[in-house]
Structure formats: C-alpha cells, structure tokens
Design a protein around this ligand. Structure first.
Ligand SMILES: Cc1cc2nc3c(=O)[nH]c(=O)nc-3n(C[C@H](O)[C@H](O)[C@H](O)COP(=O)(O)OP(=O)(O)OC[C@H]3O[C@@H](n4cnc5c(N)ncnc54)[C@H](O)[C@@H]3O)c2cc1C
Length: 228
C-alpha cells in the first residue's frame, strides 16, 4: 500500500474551518496513530452516544481495539458506524488575547463500520499489535495469552479508509493591534516522557529491567512512547 495515498475526501471528513490545518496524506495518519497511545471510541449504546478512551494497535490499514468480552462499547460497535479519535498534544499556545490562546496538536479522526474479529489468527495478531504498540518488545517478553484469555477478549477492527488529520504548530496568532500589548505570549511545549522503570515489589529475585523497557526510557518523547 502506498503510504502517500490520499486520505478520504468524503463530506464528513472534509475540514470546515481552518482547512489549512488538514493533512491529506496517509503517512500523516500513520504518524499520528503510531505516536499516540490512546484513542477515544465514539459509539451509540442503547441510543446514547458514548465516548470511551482505550488502547489500540495498527496493522497496515486497520486499527484494532480490544477489551473484555463483557465490554459494552466493543459489543455495540460491531457492525455499527463508529468514530475513533487520536490526539497528540504538542504544546500550549499563549496569545496576548484570551480569544487566541490555543494548543499545538496533531489529531486524527476515523469514521467507519467496525467489526468484531472472529478469526483466531487475526484476533491474536491484533492483540500482539496492541501489545507492541503500547510497549514495543513486550509480546516476546511476557507470557502470551492462553486460549481462555483470548476467549475472554473482544477484538474490534476498523478500516482506515475514511479519516482526517489536522495539526496546529507554531506561534500564537494575535490580532495585529494586540502585538503592541504588554502581555507575555509564546509557547509551552508539552512532551510525554517515560520515567525510570519501577520494579514490582513482588518481582522474583535476580530479574533486572530488560532492554526493551530501558530502550523505552531512552526514546522518551519519540514515536512509540507517546511521542508528543
Ligand atoms: C487538543 C485539541 C484542542 C482543541 N481545542 C479546540 C477548542 O478549544 N475549540 C475549538 O473550536 N476547536 C478546538 N480544537 C479543534 C477541533 O478538534 C475542531 O477541529 C474544530 O473545533 C472544528 O470543529 P468543526 O465542528 O467546525 O469541525 P469541521 O471542521 O466541520 O469537521 C469536519 C470534519 O473534519 C475533520 N476534523 C475536524 N476536526 C478535526 C481534528 N481536530 N482532527 C482531525 N480531523 C478533524 C473530521 O473528519 C470532521 O468530521 C482542538 C483540537 C485539538 C486536537
């Protein structure tokens, strides 16, 4: 798949205001999804719109979410129209006027018909992708899910066919006359960092922090650790 294939141009993914903040290539969507750690799933449950945060993973052009098989939002999403968002907050933008205070960000909105995954191979690959997205290297460094654990897990798939990406970067944009005001203006960058690992007090003796964990710390602020 060509990563630069343009994102969808459906009516509902067409930005209304501030269209110049839209990013239309597929690589931008992948970048946001790969740098984020949580998404928000919007789905209608018994007539009520519900938005819930959850982890996710991506395999090529499919987003995967998972949860307990008792999870109501995943069940309600099966065969339903859903909306998933991922947001990376890059900074607070302090303008001279309250009106122009803002945030620097990258965000993705994905629409589509979700499906509960039923095939064993795809379910397992999805759980692996979600695990690896959160903590790269964890799949091979943990006990992998048993058949019983897999059957207690629901996996939801959403194609990345219909999506939009929007980003703001840079300085505050004040009204011309306000640049003469005496208020401070500028940026407060926000970066997600991974702190030093803390070993479980119940850890068996002689187990040191593994490389895939220390690598996450050294990459703090980069892709795969929350990124932004
Ligand atoms: C961290 C953060 C903070 C924000 N704070 C504010 C705020 O305080 N006030 C405010 O008005 N807006 C804020 N926004 C922008 C907000 O997400 C909307 O883009 C904006 O409000 C326009 O809304 P609209 O209903 O006119 O959308 P429209 O532009 O009409 O939306 C049409 C379509 O464009 C796409 N789209 C719209 N917004 C986004 C987005 N953010 N990311 C990806 N695709 C998008 C979707 O596919 C949507 O269906 C913020 C965004 C982020 C990420």
């Amino acid at each position: 798949m060509n990563p630069f294939r343009a994102l969808s141009t459906t009516d509902r993914t067409t930005l209304g205001r501030l269209r110049e903040r839209g990013l239309a290539d597929r690589a931008a969507l992948h970048d946001v999804l790969d740098a984020g750690l949580i998404c928000h799933l919007g789905v209608v449950i018994d007539g009520t719109p519900v938005v819930l945060p959850t982890g996710y993973g991506r395999i090529e052009e499919t987003l995967y979410l998972h949860g307990s098989s008792a999870n109501r939002s995943l069940a309600a999403a099966d065969g339903a129209e859903v909306c998933v968002t991922v947001t990376l907050l890059d900074g607070l933008v302090c303008a001279r006027s309250v009106f122009h205070n803002s945030m620097n960000y990258r965000s993705a909105v994905i629409y589509g018909t979700a499906r509960l995954v039923t095939g064993d191979a795809e379910r397992r690959a999805a759980v692996q992708a979600i695990t690896e997205h959160l903590i790269p290297g964890r799949w091979d460094n943990s006990r992998q899910p048993s058949r019983k654990e897999m059957s207690a897990t629901s996996v939801l798939a959403l194609p990345l066919d219909e999506a939009s990406v929007k980003a703001r970067a840079g300085w505050p944009k004040d009204d011309d006359e306000d640049y003469e005001l005496g208020h401070w203006a500028g940026l407060l960058p926000i970066t997600m960092t991974v702190g030093p690992a803390e070993s479980d007090p119940q850890l068996k003796e002689g187990i040191s922090v593994p490389a895939h964990i220390t690598e996450l710390q050294t990459q703090a602020g980069g892709a795969g650790t929350g990124g932004s």
